[in-house]
Design a protein around this ligand. Structure first.
Ligand code: ATP
Length: 379
């Protein structure tokens, strides 16, 4: 079954008719214009401006309390903004209630009806809208197929695994053919392996159905793995919007550099000693090679002497925690190509030289025109 993403043409009920959208084809799926939400004294989000394109897998990434869920709830219509506007496909919906917006939300706890079967859960929205039984069962079957749930129609949610429940929640949202699907940490309750499987599956479903997905997560790996673009939130504001490669390789601020992926910071005397410059610089752990202490540096490389204080063996790779002079600690990742756990752990206490390519060092300078802090790919 293919979910063709078109403005709804069928108008069986009053509500359906109100939801019919004729939008300019170029309009973004979602536009947030200077959106602010305050709860009493708490400013949950502050002047957020953002366009999300039609058909994008877009993630809102940030630490707890940074305003991701509030933004999602404003898009859904569960909250009204204090100031600013929400547009869906070019139409101002700021004052329109949630049930009249062409969006669906999948929550972390799935919110399935426990007394209904899988089939009844998935068909519920269509039944409420007055869709005839035959038409409904075709749509439900299609959504169950999309989520690989054929054969589970008659089960109750309590008779399913966590991953299967998650799929039912998705099928229930997709069956309504929303133009925008909002997902609030939907994989949060799953164990790591299942979570990783579901990341792949969710991305695949999104590609197939072509619906705009807006995905809230505090997990940087999840956002990097799934998204076309990511907005990185910090304290109610967006620090950067970009592709996974943009936010990882070209972080716009020190916050983004620190939050998206691990990083080692060089500043003050240490920066001067290693790079010959003062300022704030950053190097990713996977860019660093742990070498013999007397290994000569090649052209374009920089090096830093240290002592391995700890080794975290992770199977496919090891993380080396290296103490360097000046009470700093650096981390370096090494693939365990020929290294066993015994080899890796025996490195503790060893004198080493950390070596990386100078052009992999990022400069976190605070003198950009916009008054923000920018990173450069080279020093
Ligand atoms: P998490 O990842 O923990 O869900 P989040 O990034 O989604 O966090 P929000 O839930 O959007 O963050 O909350 C942003 C801020 O607004 C927080 O300081 C939160 O305490 C506050 N907040 C959210 N909802 C309300 C509310 N209904 N009443 C008062 N304060 C609220």
């Amino acid at each position: 079954m293919g979910f063709k993403v078109l403005a709804r043409q069928s108008t069986p009920g009053k509500r359906e008719r109100r939801m019919t959208i004729v939008a300019a084809p170029e309009s973004p799926a979602v536009s947030l214009e200077a959106l602010t939400k305050r709860f009493g004294d708490v400013s949950a989000i502050d002047e957020i401006t953002l366009d999300i394109k039609d058909g994008e897998f877009f993630s809102l990434l940030g630490p707890s309390g940074s305003g991701k869920t509030t933004t999602l709830r404003l898009i859904a219509g569960f909250e009204r903004p204090t100031t600013g506007r929400v547009l869906l496909h070019g139409r101002d919906v700021t004052g329109i209630p949630a049930f009249d917006r062409d969006v669906n939300t999948v929550f972390q706890d799935y919110a399935l009806f426990p007394h209904m079967t899988v089939g009844e859960n998935v068909g519920y929205g269509l039944r409420v809208r007055g869709m005839a039984r035959d038409e409904r069962s075709v749509s439900v079957a299609g959504a169950l197929d999309t989520m690989r749930l054929r054969g589970f129609e008659a089960r109750k949610p309590s008779e399913l695994s966590g991953g299967q429940r998650q799929r039912v929640a998705l099928a229930r949202a997709l069956v309504n053919r929303p133009r925008v699907l909002l997902l609030d940490e939907p994989l949060g309750a799953l164990d790591r392996k299942l979570r990783e499987d579901m990341q792949v599956e969710l991305k695949d479903v999104q590609r197939r159905v072509g619906i705009t997905f807006i995905f809230v997560t505090h997990d940087q790996h999840e956002a990097l793995a799934m998204s076309d673009r990511i907005a990185v939130f910090n304290a109610g504001r967006i620090e950067q919007v970009g592709s996974p490669a943009d936010v990882y390789e070209r972080p716009a601020t020190p916050f983004v550099a620190g939050f998206v992926g691990a990083s080692n910071l060089l500043e003050g005397d240490l920066a001067e000693r290693v790079l010959g410059r003062r300022g704030r610089f950053m190097i990713r752990p996977e860019k660093i090679r742990v070498a013999e202490p007397d290994e000569p540096l090649h052209e374009g490389e920089c090096g830093l002497a240290g002592t391995i204080r700890d080794v975290v063996y992770l199977g496919s790779e090891s993380i080396y925690v290296v103490a360097v002079p000046g009470s700093h600690t650096f981390t370096a990742n090494g693939q365990n190509v020929n290294t066993t756990s015994t080899d890796a752990l025996a490195q503790q206490g060893r004198q080493v030289r950390l070596v990386w390519r100078r052009d992999q060092t990022m400069s976190l300078s605070s003198d950009s025109d916009s008054g923000g802090i920018t990173a450069e790919a080279e020093v």
